[in-house]
Design a protein around this ligand. Structure first.
Ligand code: ZN
Length: 177
């Protein structure tokens, strides 16, 4: 049984290590990513079992935000606001929602579309299955060379790494899954 308190502590630890400022978001420090990914995984499982636990949705929103997944962060925060009911809309939460949308726009250009991400995933699954992962982003870069404009490539790689994809198998596990 997952304990929400433990997940919250893990998230706080990840946030401390991430060295992100409170308003000007930037990519989390590499050392923080395993904590953030682990907290996010636990929280995702937790909300599946406890759909109306608004604290869990709030924490999950934060985990997504720290990992710069603003769309997911927005979805989770909307869930928090819905659970609060019509009469109890927290103005702080609404302001936070606006902030997430703003940050999301700033980061959008760094990311490839969900459709492209899925195609990359299929490509990597094949490659990793047939030749394994050599602890580099070789196959990811091959795919990007074919499918992403050259001038966007390094930004996309950076955003993939920000989400815990430092080699092909990690891209499959942390970024695409
Ligand atoms: Zn690997």
């Amino acid at each position: 049984m997952v304990n929400l308190n433990d997940l919250q502590n893990e998230l706080i630890q990840g946030q401390k290590l991430s060295m992100q400022g409170s308003d000007q978001r930037r990519a989390p420090e590499k050392i923080a990513i395993p904590y953030l990914l682990s907290a996010r995984k636990g929280l995702k499982e937790f909300v599946k079992q406890n759909e109306d636990n608004s604290l869990a949705w709030r924490l999950l929103s934060q985990a997504e935000e720290y990992l710069l997944n603003y769309n997911e962060a927005i979805n989770c925060l909307q869930k928090v606001i819905e659970l609060g009911g019509k009469d109890r809309k927290d103005r702080k939460d609404l302001r936070r929602l606006v902030m997430l949308k703003e940050n999301g726009r700033q980061w959008q250009e760094l990311n490839i579309s969900p459709e492209q991400l899925e195609l990359l995933g299929r490509y990597l699954e094949q490659k990793v299955e047939s030749s394994g992962c050599n602890h580099t982003l070789t196959h990811t870069k091959e795919w990007l060379d074919e499918n992403i404009p050259k001038n966007k490539k390094s930004k996309v790689i950076k955003s993939i790494q920000n989400q815990g994809g430092f080699c092909d198998c990690e891209v499959l596990m942390n970024v695409i899954d």
